[in-house]
Design a protein around this ligand. Structure first.
Ligand code: ADP
Length: 478
């Protein structure tokens, strides 16, 4: 029994359970591992009002005082890394080693933004008239709604609540219905760390429209921070329009992974494996389409297939497993559909291609070479363990293909010639470019996309600005 398992929601400093329950299942086994309250619009409103009541006192504290609490919170998360990782793997499916990595990554945002809380500087602006003195203050926006997905049940929450709490905002979090247990465990540790009643509230439930409807319509909420699909992000954007809320949207991606002919191929393959198959391909920065230059195409395909053969599919809780199950049956069906579509359109199957012999939600890591325009896998995010490779000749062709997407989150480029890479990186229409690396996420850098991939940046010294308003003071001297 995991000591951090909770079956109630923290709202206004109370742990509330409901009359109706939402079961939580382990995607590797299909077993029910816990239950959480099935809350809706009423409980969401109560949470928003609790956050509103808590705001004046929390926002009036000094940055240093908030930082001290966030430091304790960080220490508690680190101290409970194993328990949190077990819970995360049980409800989400990723291998335990990845879950431990995610907990450390999640904690890093609490540490980073706790430190930033003390450095929210405004401006003293040289006046435009001799008797005028001008200032710009940065102040917390107010009550924040955070809506998070299931693929990073811990990190997607801390990436939002850390800058919000550091800035002096209070928060209502709606975690994904598939992974609410990690969210509740994080709330329990926040409470232990001394985050005051009402400052952090969690509302669980499967009625995403009802909960999201209240979070977006309620005028008390001044900001919505969402990570998830572009379709839902666009709906939340529209729903937030009547009350003119600020939005941070971290939406879908369709990351191109470009390998130029002077690349270090073993390094490119290592990066491709890390970027494509982490979390079984279920991350928004996962490489989705590979563009490999003529001269190294065959060698890259062969090395990539060799590396894929070493991946081990299974229950994430078991030793040595590198690919867990997909989150649900629909996710498996989507990968299957993308494979079938690519093969009917002339793709060449190099590895995998089917549901895994383990059954359930397991899918074989799959490689399809000779992918071409018109295939669904090149247009839509597969969000599964399928890599499709396209051959190209000129650098410009790769840039044009990479940019021919409505999405613009991450791109990856492998090459040794720095000038060539730099030119390409400047022209790629994405918020992030990984150069000779497949792993780009860190709390110290700005993470976010352009085009239909979203608005705003999370992490880095810029991340806290998304939770602050600028107030301009104009003083006329007597
Ligand atoms: P994913 O494909 O990652 O599940 P979604 O965009 O469907 O992406 O879900 C991300 C988060 O948004 C989840 O917490 C989900 O419950 C929530 N969500 C889904 N639909 C809505 C909606 N209409 N209003 C508010 N939140 C929603």
């Amino acid at each position: 029994m995991n000591a951090l398992l909770r079956d109630a929601c923290l709202i206004g400093g109370e742990w509330l359970s409901g009359e109706a329950w939402l079961p939580v299942t382990n995607p590797a086994t299909g077993q029910v591992i816990g239950r959480v309250p099935e809350f809706g619009a009423d409980e969401t409103r109560a949470a928003i009002e609790a956050a509103h009541r808590a705001f004046p006192e929390w926002s009036a504290r000094t940055g240093k005082a908030r930082a001290a609490i966030l430091r304790r919170y960080f220490d508690l998360i680190v101290a409970h890394q194993d328990q949190l990782a077990e819970l995360l793997t049980a409800e989400q499916g990723k291998p335990l080693a990845e879950a431990r990595g995610e907990i450390a990554y999640a904690a890093s945002f609490i540490e980073w933004f706790g430190e930033e809380a003390k450095r929210v500087y405004g401006d003293v602006i040289p006046g435009h008239l001799p008797d005028k003195r001008l200032f710009a203050l940065k102040q917390p926006i107010g009550v924040v709604a955070a809506i998070t997905p299931w693929n990073f049940p811990a990190a997607m929450i801390t990436r939002k609540i850390a800058p919000a709490l550091a800035a002096g905002c209070t928060v209502v979090v709606k975690p994904a219905q598939q992974t609410p247990l990690t969210a509740l465990a994080f709330a329990a540790l926040a409470e232990q760390a001394g985050v005051p009643a009402g400052v952090l509230n969690i509302v669980t439930g499967s009625a995403a429209r009802a909960i999201g409807g209240e979070l977006t319509a309620n005028p008390i909420v001044r900001k919505v921070s969402f990570t998830g699909s572009t379709a839902v992000g666009a709906a939340l954007y529209a729903q937030s329009a009547p009350t003119i809320k600020k939005l941070s949207l971290e939406l879908g991606g369709n990351a191109p992974f470009i390998v130029l002919d002077d690349a270090d191929l073993p390094a490119a393959v290592e990066g491709a494996i890390a970027s494509k198959f982490r979390n079984a391909g279920q991350t928004c920065v996962c490489a989705n389409r590979f563009y490999v230059q003529d001269g190294v195409y065959d060698a890259f395909v062969a090395l990539f297939a060799e590396a894929i053969a070493k991946l081990k599919v299974g229950n994430g809780a078991d030793d040595g497993v590198t690919i867990g199950p997909l989150i649900d049956d629909q996710a498996v069906a989507k990968v299957e559909l993308h494979v079938a579509d690519a093969l009917t359109r002339g793709g060449r199957l190099v590895a995998g291609g089917r549901r895994h012999a383990l059954g359930g939600r397991f899918f074989e890591p799959t490689l399809i070479a000779d992918a071409a325009d018109g295939m669904a896998v090149l247009v839509e995010e597969t969000f599964g363990p399928l890599a499709a490779i396209v051959r190209f000749t000129h650098d410009e062709d790769a840039v044009a293909a990479a940019n021919a997407s409505e999405y613009g989150l991450a791109a990856y480029v492998y090459a040794r010639d720095v000038s060539r890479v730099w030119r390409m990186a400047e022209r790629l229409e994405t918020g992030i470019v990984g150069i000779n690396t497949g792993l780009i996420s860190t709390e110290v850098a700005p993470f976010g996309g352009v085009k239909s991939s979203g608005l705003g940046r999370e992490g880095s010294r810029h991340g806290i600005d998304d939770y602050l308003e600028l107030k301009y003071l104009c003083l006329e001297l007597e």
